[in-house]
Design a protein around this ligand. Sequence first.
Ligand SMILES: C[S@@+](CC[C@H](N)C(=O)[O-])C[C@H]1O[C@@H](n2cnc3c(N)ncnc32)[C@H](O)[C@@H]1O
Length: 311
Amino acid sequence: MVNEVIEYLKPFDGGVYFDGTVGMGGHTKAILDASAPGGRVVGVDLDYNAVEAASDNLSSFGDRVKIKYGNYLNIVEILSEEGLSSVDGIVIDLGLGTHQLSSVERGFSIELGGPLDMRYDSTMGISAKEVINRFPQRELEVIFRELGEEWRAKAVAREIVKARTKEEIKDAHELSTIIKRAVAKSLKSSKVRMKIHPATKTFMALRIFVNKELDNLEAFLPVAITALKEGGVIVAISFHSLEDRIVKTVFRRYAGKGGYKAEDRWSENVELPCISILTKKPIIPNPDEVRTNRRARSAKMRAARRISHGD
Ligand SMILES: C[S@@+](CC[C@H](N)C(=O)[O-])C[C@H]1O[C@@H](n2cnc3c(N)ncnc32)[C@H](O)[C@@H]1O
């Protein structure tokens, strides 16, 4: 949704922008092009491979761009390392990048398999392998149901626990075969037809869990809004209904609908900011984009502008 991001962000010459999920650098490049010759972008990613690839892809922009390893959650510290306290625009494009989906290194892909890890930064936190092999059945069920909205969560968790008593589950392909077996058993009784791969929802739930994706997003948005200059715009693209709900709810709170929550006051030293929501309904990709990029089909984009308290 690059065009839509640019349409809302309206990058200008001399503006400074933060890309919290730089990936291969597609959005960062579009912002740099639109803000030429003097606009700048600070971009971060938790995936070292993405940081390296984006740095290569964007090297022609010289010192107009700074790509760093980091969690978007630490936006204030990351900007301050660059001598910045606020920016004219922020973008985050959540979920899995095509670069991760097409790699076998960390087992993100159902089709390709690979070692069961699923962390964007495999030096931190716990891997999907540990979750799958160590967590009690009931906890697995809750993760699959709540984060994957998988209605066969119980059957899937049961089949995983049965399989791991024989041998540790190490590979994403192995896991998808176990899930497929569990789903096939439960489909026989329900006669429901599948439109997506039977392991899609469970894989998504696991990835969201090991990367704490919902917690990161919920904590990030209030801080990010505070890091916007007045008139600055934040754009968030999500791929999961729970993510979109978080974006919608936080935006509404800061737009004065629903009141601030205690956690909005993340620092004693900042005045709580106000925003104006620019997208009454989420923007969805045009059909051409969905045709060329299947991942885009569930994308939802929301945008808001920071305003002064009197506006
Ligand atoms: C959908 S991709 C972004 C694609 C990017 N917009 C582009 O044009 O190539 C999402 C990226 O966010 C990264 N990511 C996920 N959670 C993150 C976090 N908390 N902080 C920084 N990067 C994160 C992932 O590693 C992944 O590369």
